[in-house]
Design a protein around this ligand. Structure first.
Ligand code: TYD
Length: 208
């Protein structure tokens, strides 16, 4: 196993249907094949209590107040950081995480219209001193995303095309404001091309 001077925390972001779960799995395999110690995880619902929060967030069929939704994602995140991400990074592992803080800014902030500065503050409370070292935003057009998601939608995916547009624009804004950490990948392309673009960015990051 190759030893790193420090662990890395890499997040995968984008609107529903962008294909980031496929890409994060490919990256996990690629990093493993390069000889590094890697963990794949996701939000919401990494393990244990997080699974229960995920169930509520994605499948509860009553009304959910936007700030209630935000706090549930944040509660899951606080648990995830403390129990999994922080210890793994401290042990020198690479943590590949499917969604994290930027999802809250894009979905609850830009998508649902909650105050973005407040959400940033709450994200900081939930994560403490841990921030992603690198973030991929998989940018997908609404048409391609709708086709990929299909007709079986969870509560968030059922939010509609307008919502998707706001989330997408939100991600582009996040990337514009933090270009060193956040890299955009065109996710309208096929899996192989998207992975190739992702790998170029990742190789640059790991070799820097
Ligand atoms: P999931 O099934 O994991 O979808 P995906 O494969 O697209 O990641 O569902 C996660 C949903 O939760 C997704 O629609 C985005 C949403 N979400 C938020 O709205 N805020 C958040 O902070 C997070 C982590 C996810």
């Amino acid at each position: 196993m190759k030893k790193l001077k420090k662990g890395y925390f890499i997040t995968f972001e984008g609107a529903d249907g962008c294909g980031k779960t496929t890409q994060s799995r490919l990256v996990q395999k690629y990093i493993e094949d390069c000889g590094y110690d890697v963990i794949w995880t996701r939000e919401p619902g990494s393990a244990g209590l997080g699974q229960k929060i995920r169930e509520l967030l994605l499948h509860y069929d009553g009304d959910v107040a936007p700030m209630c939704e935000a706090f549930l994602f944040l509660a899951d995140r606080a648990q995830h950081i403390e129990h999994l991400i922080k210890p793994a990074v401290a042990q020198g592992k690479i943590v590949v995480c499917d969604r994290h803080t930027d999802s809250t800014i894009a979905y609850q902030g830009y998508g649902r219209g909650e105050d973005i500065n407040q959400l940033k503050y709450l994200n900081n409370l939930a994560t403490g001193d841990i921030k992603p070292d690198l973030t991929f935003v998989f940018d997908v057009s609404t048409d391609v995303a709708q086709k990929r998601v299909g007709s079986e939608k969870d509560r968030m995916e059922a939010a509609g095309v307008e919502f998707h547009k706001k989330v997408r624009d939100g991600y582009l804004e996040i990337a514009k404001n933090d270009p060193t950490r956040v890299k955009i990948v065109n996710a309208d392309n096929n899996i192989e091309k998207v992975f190739e673009d992702t790998k170029t960015i990742l190789d640059n990051f790991l070799n820097q």
